[in-house]
Design a binder for this molecule. Structure first.
Ligand code: ADP
Ligand code: MG
Length: 684
């Protein structure tokens, strides 16, 4: 009797209640060191990859598979296609490149020729590549001969044909993980059970796991991935569903009326198709007395704010209030600047409440209803601000409303909530998947937008970058210069930014009007600087990452990011989103140390930014780089539990899982055990 059938085939539930399936769970929880060939050292290395048990080995599946590469004779190597070569190692050596970087080079010879092949930062390879060893290498011609991407030593052939790419470490390479998966499947495959009802007629979980590690082809691997993704998604959604408050009631708003009409007319553009459909979905939500819980997702600059204001005005139109909450004061002020002028034009009173700004009077205005729209940080709810009648709350980036906070917002009544986000990882991933949210997406920016051109420039050519920037200024445009990130206090950061702004005023930006923005400025000063930049009274804004989100000046068309290699991928994407907000072609110049001095991951990060402006693609790249480069030490709850889900491709699967979770929530079955094992509610 499998666990799938236990809950569905009329089997006596009580008799089999908890212990059923227990034995199989236990077997998968055996330590990885029980597998053949795993000693204490390997066990430790595996733990560094987040693999502690047999079950972990099985779940540690390939992220993707290489496509087959042609095998060519060494004498025929040419161009920069990725190919495979096969031959015998003649000699091998390792040397340092400065810092902690090393290069291993081996002379590899086949029947007709020989070439020097190179591996970076894997000094231990010297011992594996003894002269006389047969190797098969996959890679391409590079500056140091044949740059090896993956390789087989001895008889193995996986590399060139259909190489599974595991989240691996230098000490536990892909091929080793593959061997372990084989061993785990052989020894414990029979113990793998699925947790979803058999009535769904899904492929068996154990078959899916086997197919993920050893697929016959890519289609099979993909099918298996989706099967496994559904499992994990349902479990997570169930955890969310368990914690949901079903009794919350909101006011149902009447259909859009005259204020919305004026709003549309006041906008200097018409809404795009994507914006229109988001607006329609919001209207449908607002018409119900079930509180809206919707995520509005769209890349930076795609036009979310316009939609958010629409939702707020819907509340105002029916005589109630709207609130917009941002994660930082700078961002709240920014939003305020953006929407206040429009609101004023419509006769809608808008106030800003941050931790510091003239709190008392503003609070009163909010409490009496004199203020129609309140913009602020999360202080808006955390400090128990009393609203006269809050109907719609927009939450920009971050922080899902907890039940407690919702209570604080409105006694008895819960506002409709629209969450807004531009960062699909990891916060949005968490929101999309864990949050019990419906999703609206603005998949495309307004049509007149040109993709931002991104260039990656070595520090030695930074003067050329500034020359380019000055050309934009001379043409009447504005620019940003982002200061290096130093991992120290906000105060040190501010000081460094001040020094840098001073330096630029005397050197590269001499004669231009340069403003400075950092996190240590007083709110009023910050508002002044932003206001001046927006009004065109400053040419350049030198800033720390405080400009990361929300700053909206369409006339700014070029950005220089200094020491870009220090920033994370998501952060750089956010920063870059400050330009390209108008019809003009915009540029982002990433300055870094010499490319050769950067780690592979840093190079890959910057290259991805050059290659694409698609936030979702970057999110995936980021996940991959994180998983493969920097080891996930501990398994955290939350998004890192999602091993198989792909945030972009799996939208439908996520929706399907949401539906399933609703159906299964109140039914007893093995899926409930899975949720228990997850440890209750994941934190979003
Ligand atoms: P997001 O909040 O998604 O980053 P914004 O709402 O701030 O994007 O919009 C970015 C810029 O695009 C703003 O200057 C905004 O006025 C403009 N914009 C928004 N919607 C449209 C549209 N439909 N057509 C043209 N421009 C638009
Ligand atoms: Mg915005």
């Amino acid at each position: 009797m499998t666990r799938e059938h236990a809950g569905f085939a009329g089997v006596d539930q009580d008799r089999y209640a908890r212990p059923r399936g227990w034995a199989s769970v236990e077997r998968l929880e055996l330590g990885a060191e029980t597998l053949p060939g795993v000693g204490p050292t390997m066990a430790k290395r595996l733990r560094a990859l987040g693999i502690a048990t047999v079950g972990d080995v099985l779940l540690h599946a390939p992220r993707r598979y290489e496509r087959a590469a042609d095998e060519v004779a060494i004498s025929q190597l040419f161009g920069d296609d990725e190919v495979a070569i096969a031959g015998v190692v003649r000699d091998v050596r390792s040397r340092r490149l400065g810092g902690r970087r090393t290069i291993v080079t081996a002379r590899v010879e086949d029947d007709g020729g020989s070439i020097s092949a190179s591996w970076f930062n894997q000094p231990w390879l010297v011992d594996r590549l003894k002269p006389g060893t047969h190797v098969r290498l996959r890679g391409k011609l590079g500056r140091h001969g044949f740059a090896v991407k993956s390789y087989d030593v001895g008889e193995a052939r996986a590399t060139a044909d259909f190489a599974p790419v595991y989240p691996a470490s230098e000490q536990v390479p892909s091929w080793r993980l593959r061997e372990l998966a084989r061993a785990a499947l052989d020894a414990h495959g029979a113990a793998i059970r699925g947790a979803l009802p058999s009535t769904l007629e899904l492929p068996l979980r154990r078959d899916a796991l086997a197919a993920r590690h050893f697929p016959a082809d890519e289609a099979e691997a993909e099918l298996a991935r989706r099967r496994l993704a559904l499992d994990e998604l349902v479990t997570l959604q169930l955890a969310v569903a368990r914690s949901r408050d079903d009794d919350a009631v909101a006011v149902a708003l009447p259909a859009p009326g005259e204020l919305i009409e004026r709003y549309r007319a006041a906008l200097p553009f018409t809404l795009t198709e994507h914006q229109e459909s988001a607006v329609m979905q919001i209207d449908a939500d607002l018409a119900r007395s079930v509180p809206m819980q919707r995520l509005l997702q769209g890349d930076v600059g795609s036009g979310k704010t316009v939609v958010a204001l629409y939702a707020l005005l819907r509340a105002v139109e029916s005589g109630r209030q709207g609130a917009l909450m941002a994660p930082t004061e700078t961002l709240a002020e920014q939003h305020f600047l953006t929407i206040e002028s429009l609101c004023a034009e419509l006769g809608v009173r808008c106030v800003l409440l941050t931790g510091s700004a003239g709190a008392k009077r503003v609070r009163e205005a909010i409490a009496t209803g004199e203020a129609h729209v309140a913009v602020g940080t999360h202080a808006l709810i955390q400090q128990q601000v009393e609203f006269h009648d809050l109907a719609v709350a927009v939450v920009d980036e971050q922080h899902r409303f907890g039940v407690e906070q919702r209570k604080a917002l409105a006694e008895g009544r819960t506002p409709h909530v629209l969450h807004m986000t531009a960062t699909p990882i990891p916060r949005t991933l968490a929101l999309t998947i864990y949050g019990d949210l419906a999703v609206s997406e603005i998949a495309k920016p307004p049509a007149d937008r040109k993709p931002i051109v991104t260039a990656w420039v070595g520090a030695e050519r930074s003067s050329a970058a500034y020359e380019r920037l000055r050309a934009h200024l001379d043409a009447g445009r504005q620019a940003y210069v982002v200061c290096p990130l130093i991992e120290q206090s906000e105060t040190r950061l501010a000081r460094a930014a001040e020094a840098e702004a001073e330096r630029l005023r005397r050197a590269e930006l001499r004669g231009y009007r340069v403003g400075l923005l950092h996190g240590r400025l007083k709110p009023a000063e910050r508002r002044d600087v932003m206001g001046a930049f927006k009004a065109g009274e400053l040419d350049v804004l030198v800033a720390t990452t405080v400009i990361e989100v929300g700053v909206d000046v369409p006339n700014a068309t070029i950005m220089i990011v200094q020491e870009a290699d220090r920033f994370g991928l998501a952060q750089l994407h956010q920063l870059r989103g400050r330009v390209g907000r108008g019809a003009e072609q915009s540029y982002c110049l990433l300055i870094s140390r010499k490319k050769e001095e950067l780690t592979d991951t840093a190079q890959a990060r910057l290259q991805s930014l050059v290659d694409t402006t698609d936030g979702f693609e970057l999110a995936e790249a980021d996940l991959e780089l994180r998983r493969e480069g920097q080891l996930l030490g501990t398994r955290q709850s939350g998004w890192s539990d999602l091993r198989f889900t792909r945030l972009r491709e799996d939208r439908e699967l996520i929706e399907q899982a949401r539906g399933l979770a609703r159906e299964l929530r109140d039914e007893d079955g093995p899926w409930q055990d899975e949720v228990d094992r997850l440890g209750g509610t994941p934190d979003a």
